[in-house]
Ligand binder design. Structure first.
Ligand code: DGL
Length: 269
């Protein structure tokens, strides 16, 4: 019995770790589409084609429920997948909604009209494709009023992390935070809207300053998944745990081991 976790690369491991901490008994099949990462500079059609191919691979591995642990795929492809592609007996969930529910102080499935919330000025850091989709602003508008969102497309950060070049990733994060602050000098909250960015969380926090609450998705998604599985135990699927990649398994295993500080062995998808 296994749930599928998908990301273009290694960022989704931040979500996988939080899920393993919260649900240690749950088996997971992780798929990294490393051969095609990063997704954040691709068109919406391209992201849709790549994401559906990857999710199909996870369905074929016995998963009935797949978490898109990738904001870019969630923003650019999920709605279209849910409307026209996901078979009736399967479920695909994204990473946006749990984060927005936490920020707007809502419980799961609270569909009451949008209302005023504590945070007023929110900085969103995400990939160029996520920013271009405006999916975050759309989901937020369903739940909150009077929130000013300034989005910063963080070009280059995912590539630097995938290459294991943290010196470059840190320099890029600092320059993207500076660019954001020129547009919004005093954000109350910042959202790390890409699952790779928690690997740089300290740099984001340091560059933003102590007064800014930094929201990242891993724990929120893990809590939402625990809640979902309690209500839908039939979605546990039949697969066995695995780490799959479309890229070079040796290279991806070594980076993943470095990120999670424990041995992770990927095999070819
Ligand atoms: N981790 C992804 C996200 O959350 C991936 C980004 C990419 O491939 O550009 O957006």
């Amino acid at each position: 019995m296994a749930v599928g976790i998908f990301d273009s690369g290694l960022g989704g491991l931040t979500v996988l770790s939080a899920i393993q901490e919260r649900l240690p008994e749950l088996d997971l099949v992780y798929l990294a589409d490393s051969a095609h990462a990063p997704y954040g500079v691709r068109t919406a059609d391209d992201i849709f084609d790549l994401t559906t191919a990857a999710v199909q691979r996870l369905f074929d591995a016995g998963c009935d429920l797949v978490i898109l642990a990738c904001n870019t795929a969630s923003a650019a492809a999920l709605r279209r997948m849910q409307e026209a592609w996901v078979p009736n007996d399967k479920r695909v969930l994204g990473v946006f909604v749990p984060l927005i529910e936490a920020m707007t102080e809502r419980q799961w499935g609270d569909n009451s009209p949008p209302r005023e919330v504590e945070v007023k000025h929110v900085a969103l850091f995400a990939t160029p494709a996520t920013v271009a989709s405006r999916a975050f602003q759309r989901e937020l508008a369903f739940r909150a009023i009077g929130v000013d969102v300034e989005a910063q497309a963080c070009g280059g950060v995912v590539d630097a992390i995938e290459d294991g070049d943290f010196i470059l990733a840190e320099a890029l994060v600092r320059s993207h935070v500076d660019a954001l602050k020129r547009k919004m000098p005093e954000p109350n909250a910042a959202i790390l809207g890409c699952t790779h960015y928690p690997l740089m969380q300290e740099t984001f926090q340091d560059a933003l300053g102590e007064g800014v609450s930094v929201y990242s998705q891993a724990n929120l998604v893990a809590a939402s998944l625990a809640d979902y599985l309690e209500r839908h135990p039939d979605k546990l699927g039949s697969g066995s745990p695995a780490f799959l990649t479309t890229g070079d398994p040796a290279k991806v295993s070594s980076r993943a081991t470095q990120f999670l500080r424990r041995s992770i062995q990927f095999t070819a998808a």
